[in-house]
Design a protein around this ligand. Structure first.
Ligand code: SF4
Length: 374
């Protein structure tokens, strides 16, 4: 079991309360971005291309607390930018833990060893360390030689000190499923609590536009990676979301399930797109044209998207929306190894695109749109 029972109970009872209140659009995880600054410049990132005056800005702890209280989600993910570069990140974490929020502090871990003394181990805090695969894949993805070793070293230190630690892996086109599976073995040996995975999203601002996955290729890759699981692999993801990635389920996007708050306000409609901002969470819910988003909407920016910030809340909603969803979740958590001979054969197929292809400049989203209805 990768998530503590207390956290599972908090999330389950929260979702059941929303269901009983017949609330259709409820937040599950707040994506709180206190800053966009980072000490890496990853090719697939859409967050650090802001001008310098924006990169200098950051949310105060009080602004973070106001957003968290307003939203009410039981889980708060702190991405960025690199949150450990925020001068008051310890105060932010302390304030959220005092509110009994389960916090995932997403970090590339370059500063983790240096700053770990600022934090105390608690069930409310998890360091979610960005690792995009085995050494050469990770270093290439984050454009930093030696980044893997620094992150792994920091993971060891955090585990040793009794912190909850997960990994957070984004997979792009050209990912080698065999290598990804070997990476899972390596991470389990480090003693982490669980692994999070997501396909990369084609940010228009990201410098590398050629390595984002279409929907059919996403399903194929995740079927190869997540079928025939090793017994000791632990994932920090909804089992039904993983089945969605493997092509076993279809879901509509529910972007309000993981709303984003940052220095500009409440971002419409999701963590990935920026179609304006709302001043309050209530305004975000009320005034966003939700029907214009998601794969079925025909919005070209949503066409190839299968990322967790759009679809994991849909999967969790399914878990508590029907007996079959609940039974499938229990089965997926406790028993299912997803035996699949076809997926085993996929592991032996040559990887189509090499990771070492030179990076390219931004392309138009319409030009990269593909396989939407596959
Ligand atoms: S499909 Fe993806 S890009 Fe579109 S609204 Fe949902 S999460 Fe955002």
């Amino acid at each position: 079991m990768s998530v503590p029972v207390s956290q599972m109970w908090t999330v389950a009872s929260y979702v059941i309360r929303q269901k009983l209140a017949r609330r259709k659009q409820y937040p599950l995880v707040l994506m709180l971005e206190p800053l966009f600054r980072c000490n890496l410049a990853c090719a697939g990132c859409g967050k650090i291309q802001y001008p310098a005056h924006v990169l200098k800005r950051q949310l105060t702890p009080e602004e973070c607390f106001r957003a968290v209280d307003e939203c009410g989600a039981p889980v708060v993910s702190i991405p960025g930018g690199e949150p450990l570069m925020h001068p008051e990140i310890d105060k932010i974490v302390e304030g959220l833990a005092a509110r009994k929020k389960y916090i995932y502090l997403c970090t590339n871990a370059l500063l983790l060893k240096e700053k770990i003394h600022l934090f105390k181990p608690t069930k409310y805090l998890t360091f979610s360390v960005h690792l995009d695969g085995q050494k050469e894949h990770h270093d290439f993805a984050v454009c930093r030689e030696g980044g893997y070793e620094i992150a792994v070293d920091a993971v060891r230190e955090a585990v040793k000190r009794g912190f909850r630690v997960t990994t957070n892996t984004t997979l792009f086109d050209g990912a080698d499923p065999k290598s990804v599976r070997a990476f899972f073995d390596d991470m389990m040996e480090l003693g982490i609590e669980g692994m999070m995975l997501s396909p990369g999203y084609s940010y228009e601002k990201a410098p590398d536009q050629q390595h984002f996955l279409g929907r059919a290729r996403t399903r194929r890759l995740f079927r190869a990676i997540l079928s025939n699981r090793e017994k000791d692999w632990r994932f920090n993801l909804s089992p039904l979301f993983m089945e969605f990635l493997m092509g076993k389920r279809t879901y509509a996007c529910t972007p309000w399930g993981m709303p984003t708050y940052n220095i500009f306000g409440w971002q419409k409609p999701c963590y990935l797109l920026q179609d304006g901002y709302a001043d309050t969470f209530a305004e975000l819910i009320r005034e966003t044209a939700w029907e214009s988003y998601g794969t079925e909407s025909g919005n070209q920016h949503c066409a190839n998207c299968m990322v967790h910030s759009g679809y994991e809340a849909s999967a969790v909603n399914d878990t508590f929306g029907s007996v079959s969803g609940f039974v499938a979740t229990v089965k997926g958590t406790l028993f299912h190894r997803y035996r699949d001979d076809g997926a085993l054969r996929l592991l032996d197929e040559p990887v189509e695109q090499g990771q070492q292809t030179p990076l390219v400049q931004i392309a138009n989203a319409a030009e990269t749109l593909e396989e939407t209805r596959a």
